[in-house]
Ligand binder design. Structure first.
Ligand code: NAD
Length: 283
């Protein structure tokens, strides 16, 4: 079993960019791939800015930042990932796009390399079924913002080999994260438990149980949550919350997981949360 030295990342957006940065800072040769030169250039610019900021704040020496940057390569051709020991896919949350990428990866990486997905809701078993090596496919679910958030939820598909899980847990640890395993069921653990709570907060608001500020205050002070559920929903994106509720409803075959009408109403009004300047609250 080869040691993981080279990490490939597909998708250089919010999550892929963060995963690549953490991998490089942790000492891994890292190749990050996206479909356009403009997108990878944007990712490189973000890395330069974030590494410079870490140096300014005294969190990293200038030499370490330079070394991390030296370990990063930006590419637009998936074939450049052929000598990776693991590839972490972080492209758009679309099952067909992910399956086509995994099929390509399986054809390219024919040894004991690991094929991981950062999906937050798509079944790992389904992605793995698009390949001829489902035992090497696993979920590696990082959280946003990746350099800050400690958790990696490691999702085993139906056929994931125990050695693959073990290597991914070690890799997450080497990246300064804590890996916790979960099995492949809609929403895994994090979204399965969090999203219904957020959805319930929308119901409580809709039914006039409390004003949004009061609802959040009660959950912060009474349950010791760092952020109220409605503020958190704005942070995640209300469209994303509604989408994940529908994934839970479909995957768990229960209408009780459908998005609250109040949540759906804000989404159709274009109130997506922080990213659109207005969600439950105004920004
Ligand atoms: P994003 O839109 O910021 O980035 C996606 C990137 O993928 C874009 O740069 C896009 O150009 C690229 N891309 C699309 N198709 C591609 C292809 N065929 N090949 C290579 N690159 C391609 O999205 P994101 O927020 O980084 O989310 C990425 C994944 O991470 C999704 O599966 C999402 O569910 C998951 N995720 C997101 C969060 C979050 O909070 N944003 C948290 C955990 C997991």
């Amino acid at each position: 079993m080869s040691e993981i030295k080279r990490v490939g990342v597909i998708g250089s957006g919010q999550m892929g960019g963060g995963i690549a940065q953490v991998a490089a800072v942790s000492g891994f040769e890292t190749v990050v791939m996206d479909t356009s030169a403009d997108q990878v250039a944007l990712c490189e610019k973000t890395h330069d800015k974030l590494l410079a900021r870490a140096v300014e704040k005294g969190k990293m020496s200038e030499d370490d930042a330079k070394a991390a940057k030296g370990r990063l390569t930006y590419v637009t051709d998936i074939k450049s990932l052929a000598d990776s020991d693991i590839v972490v896919e972080a492209v758009v949350e679309n099952a067909e796009v992910k399956k086509s990428i995994f099929k390509q990866l399986a054809g390219m990486l024919t040894g004991d390399q690991i094929l991981a997905s950062n999906t937050s809701s798509i079944s790992i078993t389904e992605i793995a079924a698009a390949t001829d090596c489902p035992e090497r496919v696993i979920g590696m679910h990082f959280f946003y913002p990746v350099p800050v958030m400690k958790l990696v939820e490691v999702i085993n598909g139906l056929a994931t080999d125990a050695n693959v899980t073990e290597r991914v847990i070690k890799l997450a640890g080497d990246m300064g994260k804590t890996a916790v395993p979960a099995n492949d069921r809609a929403g895994f653990v994090s979204n399965r438990v969090l999203m219904p709570m957020i959805n319930e907060a929308f119901y409580a608001w809709m039914e006039g149980v409390a004003e949004p500020e009061h609802l959040d205050q009660i959950m912060k002070l009474g349950c010791n949550h760092p952020m109220g559920p409605l503020e958190l929903a704005d942070f995640i994106g209300l469209d994303t919350c509604a989408h994940i509720m529908n994934v839970l409803a479909d995957g768990l075959h229960s209408e009780r997981y459908r998005p609250c009408p109040k949540l759906e109403q804000l989404v159709v009004a274009g109130r997506f949360g922080r990213k659109s300047g207005h969600g439950v609250f105004k920004y």
